[in-house]
Design a protein around this ligand. Structure first.
Ligand code: NAD
Length: 276
C-alpha cells in the first residue's frame, strides 16, 4: 500500500487520487451544528468529511462544504467528501446514488461507500462503478467489511475499492484485519477512533495513554489519532466542539516511538463498541 505522506497530509489511493489523512466524522451532527463543525474543520486545515445517508445529515454536510468554499476560497478539489449507501437502499441503487447527489448538493462525490455488507451489495457496487467511470464519483469504498467478506466480495467487482472503513481504537485494534486489507493495496480508515460516544471518557482516562500523552505534551485523543496515522490508518473522529476539532487536526508535530506504539498495541482487548 502507498505510504502516508505526512508532509502533504494525504495518501494516494489505488485509483490514483489523493485522500486527506485526518477527517471529521459527522455521524451525530445535525442542522447548524453540522454546518458549523464542517466549516471549523476546513477553516483549521481539515479537508476530509465523512457522512452517510443513514446519518440523515448529508444536506448539512454539503452545505458546510459549500459555505467553507465560498468563505475561504479553498478549491472544491482540495476537499474530500465521503458518503455511504445504506443496505435498505440496495434494492434501487441508481435512486440511492441520485439521492446522495441531491442531498449533498455537490457536482461530484469524492468517495461513495457501501455502509454494510447486505443483499445485492455487489450489484449496487457495480452501479457505483458506472458513476465512477462517468467521473461523478471519484473513488469507491466499503464499510464494515472484514476478511471473510472481502474474500467473497472482491472477485465480484471490476474496480477494486480504494478504502475500507471499520471500527478501530486502542481497545479494538483489528491487528489481523488491517494488514490483510492493506496487503490488497486498499487503504484503511477507522470509525470510533476515540472509542465512540459513551466510551470516549473511559478511553481518554486510560493510564497508559495518559502517560504517553504527558510525555509528548499532547492530549490522549491526539496520541490515539497519531497512533492511527503511524499504523497507516485514516481516523475520522466526530466532534462539534471547535476546541476538539482543532485538537484532532494538530497531530503532525510529534511522533510515537516504537516502544510507545507497542505499549498501545498491548491495550488491545478485542472490545468492540458496536455490533457491526
Ligand atoms: P468517536 O470515537 O470519534 O468519538 C466521538 C466522541 O468523542 C464525541 O463524544 C466527541 O465529543 C468526543 N471527542 C472528539 N474529539 C475529542 C477530543 N479531542 N477530546 C475529547 N473528546 C473528544 O466516535 P463517533 O463520532 O461516533 O465516530 C466517528 C465517526 O466515524 C462518525 O462521525 C462517523 O463519521 C464514523 N462512523 C462510521 C460508522 C460506520 O459504520 N461506517 C459507524 C460509526 C461511526
Amino acid at each position: 500500500m502507498t505510504e502516508f505522506n505526512l508532509k502533504t497530509k494525504t495518501v494516494l489511493l489505488n485509483c490514483g487520487i489523493e485522500m486527506p489523512l485526518t477527517g471529521l466524522g459527522v455521524y451525530a451532527l445535525h442542522g447548524d451544528t453540522c454546518i458549523a463543525s464542517v466549516k471549523e474543520h476546513i477553516r483549521n486545515g481539515g479537508r476530509l468529511i465523512d457522512t452517510a445517508h443513514m446519518y440523515g445529515n448529508e444536506e448539512y454536510a454539503g452545505e458546510g462544504v459549500r459555505q467553507a468554499i465560498r468563505e475561504s476560497g479553498i478549491p472544491r478539489d482540495d476537499i474530500f467528501v465521503i458518503t455511504k449507501l445504506y443496505p435498505n437502499q440496495y434494492g434501487n441503487p441508481r435512486k440511492a446514488i441520485e439521492l446522495a447527489f441531491e442531498r449533498l448538493g455537490l457536482e461530484y462525490i469524492d468517495m461513495l461507500m457501501l455502509h454494510h455488507p447486505g443483499h445485492n451489495d455487489a450489484k449496487v457496487y457495480r452501479e457505483m462503478e458506472k458513476y465512477m467511470e462517468k467521473g461523478m464519483i471519484r473513488s469507491l469504498g466499503l464499510s464494515n467489511w472484514y476478511i471473510r467478506e472481502l474474500k467473497s466480495f472482491l472477485p465480484q467487482v471490476r474496480i477494486k475499492p480504494s478504502l475500507v472503513q471499520n471500527e478501530i481504537h486502542p481497545y479494538y485494534q483489528e491487528n489481523d484485519v488491517v494488514p490483510f486489507i492493506q496487503a490488497q493495496d486498499i487503504a484503511v480508515q477507522c470509525w470510533y477512533p476515540l472509542g465512540g460516544r459513551g466510551y470516549t471518557k473511559k478511553m481518554i482516562s486510560d493510564p497508559v495513554l495518559k502517560e504517553i500523552a504527558a510525555a509528548h505534551g499532547k492530549t490522549v485523543s491526539q496520541v490515539i489519532l497519531r497512533w492511527d496515522l503511524q499504523r497507516q490508518i485514516v481516523p475520522v473522529p466526530g466532534s462539534s466542539s471547535p476546541v476538539h476539532i482543532r485538537e484532532n487536526l494538530d497531530i503532525y508535530d510529534f511522533e510515537l516511538s516504537e516502544e510507545e506504539m507497542n505499549r498501545i498495541r498491548s491495550l488491545d482487548r478485542n472490545e468492540k463498541h458496536d455490533w457491526y
